[in-house]
Ligand binder design. Structure first.
Ligand code: KG4
Ligand code: ZN
Length: 500
């Protein structure tokens, strides 16, 4: 028969006392104590009823103005144990503690009551101290336990993620750590004639692509919007106009469906992509994120709580350098694949191009920062000089030498970070990860240094909604409250802000 939880009144005192005496033979509370507990304003006592029968009770105390609540007591009738009644009572107490503004809940439990301790651990309680011989007359110690007040955790939330920070319109759907759908529409072709992403065009393309991409993702996952537990969206960093399309759409969806919304950091999303590949994220890890829009080196000790930006590009992004050099060489956009193609069998040592921010003086101030604009200029100058002299030059050798310079710096700085912080793992993300030479050198260098290299599948490396959904799911599983609707698109959102 169903268990009902109701608030206790003084009229219930006789029944409560019967269960109290039966439950705590030696140290039952006297009736007067219970009487004043039930009467007090700062307490909250509840009953578990099966039909009309009292099968359990529990009580909480929370003084006004205090951040702390205390669980005063909890009892379940002996013949009704193991039916989840304790959990129901705990659920109700923690909900009430939260509603009364408590940030932490404390309790004391007999050291010899391992069943109760197990129940409390399910609710996140940890032992923080002991009171010697607290329970008399038995002389049994009390364990003091504490938990932070967090939301009820959905262990496998279905989350829809929306990504529009650059030129990919991405909608992904995950269930917990599992990928259900990842649909991407890129406006890359529309930017090709300009040789780089044009923000206005990207924003407009997002507007056109979003609904079809959303519908396709739902269809792929064989879900409807009703099945979604929450919506996650990239709110930065990225192109302001592009971000705004996704943020606006996600907020509208949230309002229309009543589903909670989580505003997520794009760069942290790239790190989270690996969860969908491996089922979990191994930390600590160094993450090297290289795309047309960013070049960032991160130290990730904890995905939701401890992400540090070690360094980033001070001018062009790595992908942008590929795109610009490709143009200099008369090749098409995007430049990365083109450079890879012509560099394939060419000589990477033909020309020694500069390695930005690697001189000893730079390594003091910019140990983990990157600069590609000098390299791009050096390539352009090399080509101009050869052309002005009417000399033949090998496009392949220039491309291969340029690529070598970029890869050299990227991998060296990433490996330095692994060594400096004693982190045995390197995760790559972003569109430049497609680069054949980058993958090769990263693999060699990681092997040589005993570092585990992680490269998620390419569809999860480039910008996508699934990685954003993955972070949303992590936030929910960690008990984080949704974002409030007043967050905005922030083109320079720092990586330390995982959720806005
Ligand atoms: O992550 P992504 O798709 O998102 C944006 O930044 O928009 O990255 C695109 C960038 C472009 O700059 C492109 O040239 C670069 O990634 N890229 C490559 C390769 N494939 C794509 N760079 C080097 N080698 C490649 N094979
Ligand atoms: Zn990105």
């Amino acid at each position: 028969m169903e268990i009902k939880i109701i608030e206790a009144t003084l009229l219930d005192l006789p029944e409560i006392m019967k269960l109290e005496v039966a439950s705590f033979a030696n140290d039952a509370w006297p009736e007067e104590t219970f009487h004043s507990e039930l009467e007090a304003k700062h307490t909250y006592y509840i009953l578990a009823l099966q039909g009309e029968e009292l099968v359990g009770y529990a009580g909480l105390s929370k003084l006004a103005g205090s951040d702390q609540a205390d669980i005063q007591t909890i009892a379940v009738r002996e013949d009704k144990r193991g039916l989840g009644i304790g959990r129901k009572l705990m659920d109700a107490l923690t909900l009430e503690a939260r509603n009364r503004g408590a940030k932490e809940i404390f309790l004391e439990v007999r050291a010899d009551n391992s069943i109760a301790q197990k129940l409390y651990k399910v609710f996140g309680f940890k032992q923080i101290g002991t009171r010697k011989k607290y329970y008399q007359p038995d002389g049994v110690d009390a364990f003091i336990m504490k938990t932070d007040v967090i939301r009820k955790v959905n262990s496998e939330p279905v989350v829809l993620g929306i990504e529009t920070s650059c030129d990919e319109t991405g909608v992904g759907i995950v269930r917990g750590n599992q990928l259900l759908a990842n649909v991407i529409s890129s406006s890359m072709d529309k930017h090709a004639i300009f040789g780089g992403v044009v923000p206005e065009i990207a924003a407009r393309a997002h507007l056109e692509a979003l609904t079809p991409v959303l519908n396709e993702a739902l269809a792929k996952a064989q879900l409807t919007l009703d099945d979604i537990d929450a919506i996650a969206v990239t709110n930065g960093p990225g192109l302001a106009g592009a971000l705004m399309v996704g943020v606006g759409a996600a907020k509208a969806l949230s309002v229309a469906t009543g589903k909670p919304i989580y505003a997520v950091n794009h760069l942290v999303g790239h790190v989270g992509a690996d969860i969908l590949d491996r089922g979990e994220l191994y930390t600590p890890t160094i993450a090297l994120l290289v795309s047309g829009g960013h070049t960032s080196l991160l130290l990730v000790r904890d995905l939701l709580n401890d992400v540090v930006l070690l360094g980033e590009t001070i001018d062009d992004a790595a992908g942008e350098a590929f795109d610009k050099v490709s143009r200099v060489l008369g090749l098409s956009y995007p430049g990365g694949p083109e450079i890879d193609r012509v560099a394939k069998d060419a000589n990477p040592a033909a020309i020694r191009f500069p390695r930005g921010l690697t001189l000893p003086k730079d390594m003091d101030k910019h140990r983990y920062d990157f600069s590609f604009s000098g390299l791009k200029t050096a390539v352009a100058r090399h080509v101009e000089l050869a052309e002005s002299k009417g000399e033949e030059f090998s496009i392949g050798d220039v491309a291969a030498s340029f690529r070598e310079a970029v890869v050299d710096v990227l991998v060296k700085k990433a490996i330095n970070a692994c060594k400096d912080f004693d982190v045995p793992r390197l995760l790559l993300g972003g569109g430049v990860v497609a680069n054949a030479r980058l993958r090769e050198v990263a693999k060699e260098q990681c092997e040589a240094n005993g570092i585990e290299l992680r490269i998620p599948p390419f569809s999860l490396c480039t910008d996508n909604g699934a990685m954003i959904a993955a972070i949303g799911a992590q936030l929910i599983m960690a008990g984080r409250a949704p974002s409030t609707l007043d967050f905005s698109a922030e083109s320079t959102l720092p990586v330390t802000s995982v959720q806005s």
